[in-house]
Ligand binder design. Structure first.
Ligand SMILES: Cc1cc2nc3c(=O)[nH]c(=O)nc-3n(C[C@H](O)[C@H](O)[C@H](O)COP(=O)(O)O)c2cc1C
Length: 346
């Protein structure tokens, strides 16, 4: 059931951007704006919506240019100040201790201390109501070396941009990585198509998509219990189900995180932090007879959750190894389904 909140500007996330301009006499000014976003890919453009009452409004109309400086979390206080005081009366750069840098491309300054900046020439001015939308063509994007990754891409986790909640007026940091765009969604289509046409064994989790990031709660950075898992379409002639979780990216060869067998063929859920009743657990590479969550020493590792539908129940004792289970399953696997999870420590 959804509750109605009426016609209002309530949507998440909005950015915290700082718009840089020069006034009539060349004094640099900045103001904070949350009503903004990318609005065209080609030519690359951004739009910011400002009230006529702001000093910045007149500056953009006059100079036909503006910059956007993206503050990192460390500059949340300065960004808040810049959004409360008008440049009509003060030099906000001086009071906030920030450095105005003259753009070489447009007639506007940006903030030297902020890690990511965009330089824009005014392309369109759209009167909407209380706010006027300024569409700026992006002529350049500049980022500090320190916020770029090894491949040279600007890294959102290094920039640490601020997100704004315009409903209760709070600032937030960027949350955890969920997965790759234009990638994790492919699987949804594939799985559904496969399920419809072939009724194949299906293995998934409610807390991360296939090829997506495993929430830290289910790793050594959190409570370290297994994530909840769902099983569908078990072949009718199955006698039991087995599960192996391992990481082929571990520095000293594949690392075993979980070994489980003797799960009933009617199992449809493995709830978080538990094993189905009657199932037995083997010894993982942490030396434990339980689940041991991801704990990669560096970089992003892949964790393969492999589910096997078997035509028998392996006669193994609690504590057996992955190799022993694999040996016992030989020639008895009716179907296998795989779920891939990723994890990188922060
Ligand atoms: C988080 C935050 C977001 C804001 N977003 C906008 C906005 O999108 N548009 C706007 O006109 N004012 C916005 N403001 C208010 C202006 O930043 C504020 O009026 C500022 O003093 C204007 O500065 P200026 O007069 O020097 O241009 C925001 C303020 C804050 C703190």
């Amino acid at each position: 059931m959804k509750k109605s909140f009426g016609a209002k500007t309530l949507v998440f996330p909005t950015p915290v951007w700082v718009v840089g301009t020069y006034d009539r006499v060349g004094k640099p000014n900045v103001m904070t704006a949350a009503w903004g976003g990318i609005c065209c890919s080609s030519p690359p453009c951004v739009a910011v919506s400002l009230r006529k009452a702001t000093y910045t409004y007149g500056n953009i109309v006059e100079r036909k240019a503006f910059t956007i400086s993206v503050p990192s979390e460390a500059y949340a206080r300065e960004a808040d100040y810049i959004g409360m005081v008008s440049g009509k009366n003060v030099d906000k750069f001086v009071t906030a201790g920030l450095t105005p840098i003259r753009s070489s491309l447009v007639d506007a300054p940006y903030i030297g201390e902020f890690p990511l900046v965009i330089e824009c020439r005014l392309l369109h001015t759209i009167e909407i109501g209380l706010h006027t939308q300024f569409v700026g063509e992006i002529l350049d994007v500049k980022a500090e070396d320190s916020v770029c990754d090894e491949k040279g891409y600007v890294d959102i986790e290094k920039v640490k941009p601020i997100l704004f909640d315009p409903e209760i007026n709070t600032y937030h940091g960027v949350g955890r990585l969920l997965g790759r765009a234009f990638s994790i969604g492919k699987d949804v289509r594939d799985i559904h198509a496969e399920e419809r046409t072939m009724n194949k064994l299906h293995f998934a989790s409610q807390v991360f998509p296939n090829n997506g990031m495993i929430p830290s709660e289910y790793t050594c950075d959190g409570a370290n219990g297994n994530p909840p898992l769902m099983i569908r379409n078990v072949p009718a002639n199955s006698r039991s189900l087995a599960l192996i979780v391992d990481d082929p990216d571990a520095p000293r060869g594949t690392w075993v995180h979980w070994v489980v067998w003797n799960m009933g063929p009617d199992t449809t859920e493995i709830p978080a932090k538990s094993v189905p009743r009657g199932a037995l657990q083997g010894t993982n590479d942490f030396g434990k007879q339980s689940y041991g969550g991801p704990c990669p020493p560096s970089g992003t590792h892949r964790y393969f959750f492999k589910l096997y539908a078997l035509d028998m129940s392996p006669a193994l004792k609690t504590g057996a190894t992955k190799a022993q289970l694999e040996e016992a399953m030989k020639g008895h696997i009716l179907e296998k389904a795989e779920l891939l999870g990723l994890y990188r420590r922060r």
